[in-house]
Unconditional design. Structure first.
Lengths: 271, 271, 271
């Protein structure tokens, strides 16, 4: 599937930011890209990342990047440290290009695809302006994305770097009769995504007669394959579309049910 | 107008879901479509349908589909029953294609355009994955939409069905000197859209000297052609852009003015 | 940069409205455009302008239009006066086309680019329908945008007008040792954008040893080049990406910090 190329030889640019959808920020980025490459095809992943939340953006990018066509250029910008020592970078991976600040936002996706080359975006020739303002998304990253989408080599954009800042997903602690996991993301429906994979949970079930899962002092002891199999107001575990176990309540928000705020909450699976 | 075709022979795909704009759900759908058909042209109708609200999505689709170019492929997914007995379907109508779960979401629009063929999306060859996860939007519907947009016959996607689940708009009860209607939708501006058509209201006015309209025990006895003709804080009836009578307050939210929550509220027009 | 044209000879259409992203309003507009010009390339600037807020939309358009490629057609619709005496217009400027209601929404951007021609959209041949409903965005403006994007002369759309409604940015009062400015916009991050330009502020600093800035009885006496240079919970002035001075708090909302609601608040810079 991924072998298909765009018929006009131009690659897709996918955008992920915390710029919101009301101000002119995302529009300025798109305008710069289309000024540099009128044939670029743009897709918004999201501009609704919680302000300054690098971890959240890293997970969203990780959750969807692998479905995009080969050679897609991902520009991901959540950038509280703009103007500080954090570097603007581009990464060439096995199948894709990633552009953004070197603050961890790109790491989950890029590492998962296999990093081949990291470049510090230092070549001002490819900036929008010689002296960028506080808005690197428009002045540096959008311009770099446009050049990559036109087929420019990533090497032209600046000199090589050896490594990137990493944002790792906390891994669950797995014992024979216990898994200590955590909530790593909550989605629009209020599903609570844990860091426990479906495989890890199946492995636990194979070696234990039963399971109960504790979150915020409440117990979950059902697991289903589809949301609709559950009873009303009954929390349950389900393997979600990202292969992680999710805590859900049918047609309701598990986030509200369990009174969860943000991520990080502990999830204990026991016999 | 509708006779114009896309110059590259590829049709438009219009997306309507309750996936929200923050998570990677809508992006995954678009990524799958563009991986299967790099030339597809994508339009977001909305991803902000209230979670699980099939009725709301059905109305939004109904409100705009007929303005799209011929052969547009509509993919509409609000899918609380994913994985249950509800079938994934595609519908060929007089001018368009519709793809989504068979739970009523497609029915208002498809019936209005004239259903010509209904197909159960059972041919796994056209799935993204042999065994779809909980996310049929990405694993089944996006893939089917891509194939239809490339000109594949709807017959290839699976076997024929005789009928679809229907979501009908409640019809108003019309007597010579009374119309019993209901609020069927509230828009971003707080306008309350009723199921009483402009034609039905004009007919009432022709046979009655006067009118008063009751909603939540409050009276409305003005009607205008444009919002701007009304006085401040004066509720009024107006024929909206969908040809239904709407209850509005100039530059304010009628929804807040009448303290309306959701849809279904009774609207009585009397002499 | 701006000289690059779209390879297919078709221009970009950029959309800015208060239609929201849930209803079918924006989708109907796009559908009409693509029905009239299947090759049009559409970019959403925003559909999340606060309902009826012409001033806000005028500023958003002003903040991003100049980054778009030459010949972009901007359709901006916030239209509380739809159907009243306000005229539907198109403006040809030095580099762009602007379409919308003549209520001030277009004026900041169009004047900044240099107005060359103003046309009253009176030629019904280019309407979607002979008798438009309450929804001019769909019935008049979208259609006009499609024709302009195909290269139709603006003269065909109606007769010439001499001037447009203006929405001017309030200018700061500048004295040697005092600037009296105002908040003109607040962005998604809660940054408070003032009408004092970076140049004006630098001029003040050149002629004064020191500065203190008063907003809502609170003092600001720091200025930085990048957000990250500030300490936590310390408000500061910074030249933003639009060349205006902004009041910010690092990784926080200055809007909440200063308890600001809306725009218009006075900002006094003193020695």
């Amino acid at each position: 599937m991924k072998k298909i190329k765009f018929s006009n030889g131009v690659n897709l640019i996918a955008l992920l930011t915390d710029f919101g959808n009301r101000d002119g920020f995302a529009a300025s980025v798109k305008a710069v890209i289309l000024s540099k490459n009128p044939d670029a095809k743009l897709i918004d992943i999201s501009h609704d990342v919680s302000s300054y939340n690098i971890q959240e953006a890293a997970f969203i990018l990780f959750s969807c990047f692998s479905y995009f066509p080969q050679k897609t250029v991902f520009m991901a910008v959540v950038d509280p440290g703009v103007g500080s020592k954090r570097l603007p970078i581009a990464i060439k991976t096995r199948n894709y290009f990633f552009i953004g600040p070197d603050n961890g936002i790109l790491s989950l996706a890029a590492k998962s695809d296999g990093i081949e080359k990291i470049v510090f975006l230092g070549n001002k020739k490819y900036f929008l302006k010689d002296i960028p303002t506080t808005f690197h998304g428009r002045d540096i990253f959008a311009s770099a994305a446009a050049y990559l989408s036109k087929g420019f080599s990533v090497n032209k954009l600046g000199c090589a770097l050896k490594k990137i800042e990493e944002t790792d997903l906390e891994l669950p602690e797995i014992k024979k009769n216990e898994i200590k996991g955590a909530i790593i993301y909550t989605d629009k429906f209020g599903n609570l995504i844990t860091n426990i994979t479906g495989e890890q949970f199946q492995y636990f079930l194979k070696h234990n007669d039963n399971f109960s899962c504790i979150l915020n002092k409440k117990k979950i002891n059902k697991t289903y394959s589809f949301y609709n199999q559950a009873k009303d107001n009954e929390p349950f575990l389900i393997e979600g579309s990202l292969k992680f176990m999710e805590i859900s309540v049918k047609n309701k928000s598990a986030k509200e049910f369990f009174k969860i705020r943000g991520t990080g909450g502990k999830v204990i699976v026991k016999n």
